[in-house]
Design a protein around this ligand. Structure first.
Ligand code: GLN
Length: 282
C-alpha cells in the first residue's frame, strides 16, 4: 500500500467516525509512525509502506476513530514553541492558554518567585522559567500523575522548576510569591457531559470547576493575598463568560482594578489583578 492509499483509507475511517479534521489527523498520525515531517509524508504519496508500518498506522487510526485525542496518541503537544509530553493524566495545553502565558511574561518581575497553581503538564511554569531564567518557578497540582509529566517536561525542556504535590497553596505554607498564575478547572459540572468527545477523555479533575464553574476562583481569590508579596500580581485564565464574576471575586478579596485580556478570537480569556494596599493579608 502506498502513502497516498493509506492516507485516503485513514481519512475515510476518521471521517465516518465523526472526527473533525479527518485528513489532517490522518497525516499527523502517519507522520508520527514514519517519524518524518507531515509535509514530507504528504509529498511522498507514491512511496510504498511496509506491512509493519501500515499495521502500526492503522492501529493509531483506530484509536483516533475511537475519539482518543490526537495529542495523546502522538504523545506531545507544542505550547509557546516548546514541546510538552502529554497523556491522559493531564489536560492538553491549549492555544488559548498562550494568552495567559504571554501576559505572565509581560507582568513578570525580573527576579523573585513565581507560582503556577494547577500546573498539569507544567507548560506554563516551564515556559516562564525558560523565558525568564532568573525567576524561581514553582508549580503545584493535586494530581501525582500530572506532576510526573510536569517534571519530565521541565527536564526535557532543560529547565529547573520545583513541583510540589497538593491542593492549590497547601504545599507552600509560609511562602510569598511576586506572581501567581493559574489555569484552574473552570467548566461548570453540568456542562461536562456535553463537551466534545475528545475533551471528555481529558481528566475531569482538570476541567470540573464545580456547580457554577467558579469554585477554584473563589478559593484562589480568597487565599492568594496570603501568598503574594506587596504589589504581587495574580493572572488567571477564565472561561469566556466568567470575566465579570472572577473580577468581582478578586475585587472583594482586596485586589485592585482587575484587567480582562481577550484571546485571538476576541473572547475574554484572562483576568489579571494586583494586590492593593501595603501588605498582603491572610
Ligand atoms: N479551555 C478548556 C476547555 O474549554 C478548559 C480548561 C480549564 O478548565 N481550565 O476545554
Amino acid at each position: 500500500m502506498t502513502v497516498r492509499e493509506a492516507l485516503r483509507y485513514a481519512e475515510e475511517t476518521l471521517r465516518s467516525a465523526g472526527v473533525p479534521d479527518a485528513r489532517l489527523d490522518a497525516e499527523y498520525l502517519l507522520a508520527g509512525v514514519l517519524d518524518a515531517p507531515r509535509l514530507l509524508v504528504v509529498a511522498s504519496g507514491e512511496t510504498p509502506l511496509t506491512s509493519q508500518r501500515t499495521e502500526q498506522f492503522f492501529d493509531l487510526v483506530a484509536r483516533r476513530a475511537g475519539r482518543e485525542p490526537l495529542q495523546y496518541i502522538l504523545g506531545s503537544q507544542p505550547f509557546m514553541g516548546c514541546s510538552f509530553c502529554v497523556d491522559e493524566r493531564v489536560l492538553i495545553p491549549r492555544q488559548d492558554t498562550e494568552v495567559l502565558c504571554e501576559q505572565a511574561l509581560l507582568c513578570a518581575p525580573e527576579q523573585g518567585a513565581v507560582l503556577d497553581l494547577c500546573t498539569g503538564s507544567g507548560a506554563l511554569a516551564v515556559v516562564i522559567k525558560k523565558a525568564l531564567p532568573d525567576l524561581r518557578v514553582y508549580g503545584s497540582d493535586i494530581s501525582a500523575g500530572a506532576l510526573c509529566l510536569a517534571r519530565r517536561n521541565a527536564a526535557e525542556n532543560g529547565v529547573s522548576v520545583e513541583f510540589r504535590e497538593g491542593d492549590l497553596f497547601a504545599p507552600f505554607a509560609g511562602m510569598r510569591f511576586s506572581m501567581i498564575v493559574s489555569n484552574p478547572p473552570y467548566i461548570p459540572t453540568g456542562d461536562l457531559s456535553s463537551l466534545q468527545e475528545e475533551v471528555k477523555r481529558e481528566p475531569s479533575l482538570a476541567l470540573d470547576g464545580g456547580a457554577d464553574g467558579l469554585s477554584f476562583y473563589r478559593r484562589i481569590a480568597s487565599q492568594a493575598p496570603g501568598y503574594l508579596e506587596r504589589d504581587g500580581v495574580l493572572l488567571l485564565e477564565i472561561g469566556c463568560d466568567q470575566a465579570e464574576a472572577v473580577g468581582g471575586l478578586l475585587t472583594a478579596a482586596g485586589f485592585s482594578a482587575p484587567r480582562v485580556v481577550r484571546d485571538l478570537a476576541g473572547r475574554d480569556r484572562v483576568v489579571t489583578a494586583r494586590l492593593s494596599g501595603e501588605e498582603g493579608h491572610v
